[in-house]
Design a protein around this ligand. Structure first.
Ligand code: GTP
Ligand code: MG
Length: 361
């Protein structure tokens, strides 16, 4: 007896999806940083902290970005933030200059102090060595407490559903790097922007949602504005992950592969790029309501139009568009890549590994 075509197609789809999920896990695992790499990075952080303390004794040097939020790939750069706990402290500009000189004298790093950048930083890099075949790249910034908080928020999201969230995010980071659509300097989107797109999709697009909205959950005890605000922004979110794991269960049982296929489909045709703002805090917002609309009256040099092609609200700095660097061409390329990915996955080649290879070539 022959199986009806419908059933055969369904069976083949289910096989492909299961196969693709397994391939995604295997693919991502081999790209994680090694224990050795993480240890070297921690040693570097400690060394730099010790040196900075010779200038500012009350300072701490903390990791943020991918090294601290669980979305790190092998050889990713290190984002470090220096916090100074005393009231009397040097201005960031002076500190950057002094630290630059010190590191130049005392270490093997290549040092580039940028004291007059919008956010003053010291850029460091280390040449490859046997323990670090690709060297290290590291940025040290100062007093960027909001970045430490958004790193913690992303880390908490990663911990709510580690397998699905981390696999999706890590895959998208590799994919966007390989497809060359991960450079704000060239008009495309930062890793941080892609992570926010994934979380937005899992919290607000998927129904039932894969993740809860940590910024809208009721706090366990009364909190005051003083507890929650940093630099004028509300940075509160539910961060008791142990408790959350006991109390919150997603009714969404889709596999990583199904979610990824749907992610590409959503961002290739369903997201309203012209009028919408993706906000993990508040769901889909209107550009108009944030004053981020593409104002046609300003002609071709209208800055707001160029800055707000793609709108992703920062979770805390809500007047800040994380995708402000994405240009018209950049967005066209990114959307083209989302479409290509959706197409490659919908053709379901015989083996999922072939689809993955084609996706990232
Ligand atoms: P890789 O370096 O590619 O591994 O990714 P990453 O996860 O470190 O992301 P990225 O380098 O893009 O950003 C690092 C951190 O800087 C983020 O976790 C944020 O804390 C902060 N950050 C980056 N871009 C922005 C931005 O546009 N706005 C704000 N507020 N913070 C940002
Ligand atoms: Mg980084």
């Amino acid at each position: 007896p022959t199986t009806p075509p419908m059933q055969r197609r369904l069976a083949s789809k289910m096989r492909f999806v299961a196969d693709l999920s397994q391939c995604l896990f295997d693919f991502v695992i081999q790209l994680l940083p090694t224990t050795e790499e993480m240890a070297v990075k921690e040693d570097v952080r400690k060394l730099l902290e010790r040196l900075i303390r010779t200038i500012e004794p009350d300072s701490r040097l903390l990791s943020f970005g991918s090294t601290a939020n669980g979305f790190s790939l092998r050889n990713s750069d290190m984002d470090l933030c220096c916090l100074i706990d005393s009231k009397e402290r040097l201005a960031a500009t002076d500190l950057v200059t002094m630290l630059g000189d010190l590191l130049e004298r005392e270490t093997k790093f290549h040092v580039k102090p940028l004291p007059h950048a919008r956010i003053p930083i010291v850029k460091l890099s280390l040449d490859p060595s046997p323990g670090l075949p690709l060297g290290i790249a590291c940025d040290i910034g100062f007093e960027n407490r909001l970045a430490l908080e958004n790193t913690r928020l992303l880390m908490c999201y990663a911990m709510v559903d580690p397998t699905r969230v981390r696999t999706m995010v890590l895959f998208l980071k590799v994919w966007s790097k390989r497809r060359k659509i991960n450079s704000p300097y060239k008009g495309t989107l930062s890793s941080y922007g892609y992570v926010l797109l994934v979380i937005y999709f899992l919290v607000h697009v998927k129904n039932p949602p894969v993740l809860p909205n940590l910024q809208q959950m009721p706090p366990l005890r009364p909190i005051t504005t003083e507890d929650t605000h940093l630099a004028g922004y509300n940075t509160w979110f539910f961060d008791d992950i142990e408790l959350l794991r006991q109390r919150w269960h997603s009714d969404n049982t889709e596999t990583v592969a199904e979610l990824l296929i749907d992610f590409f489909r959503y961002y290739s045709r369903d997201f309203s790029y012209n009028t919408g703002v993706a906000s993990i805090r508040a769901g889909l917002l209107k550009k108009e309501s944030k004053g981020w609309q593409n104002d046609l009256s300003g002609g071709r040099y209208n800055d707001s139009r160029e800055r707000n092609r793609l709108c992703i609200e920062d979770p805390f700095e809500i007047d800040f568009n994380v995708a402000r660097c994405v240009t018209k061409d950049g967005l066209y390329t990114i959307r083209g890549e989302f479409m290509r990915a959706a197409r490659v996955l919908s053709t379901r080649p015989e083996r999922a590994i072939i689809a993955l290879a084609e996706l990232c070539e």
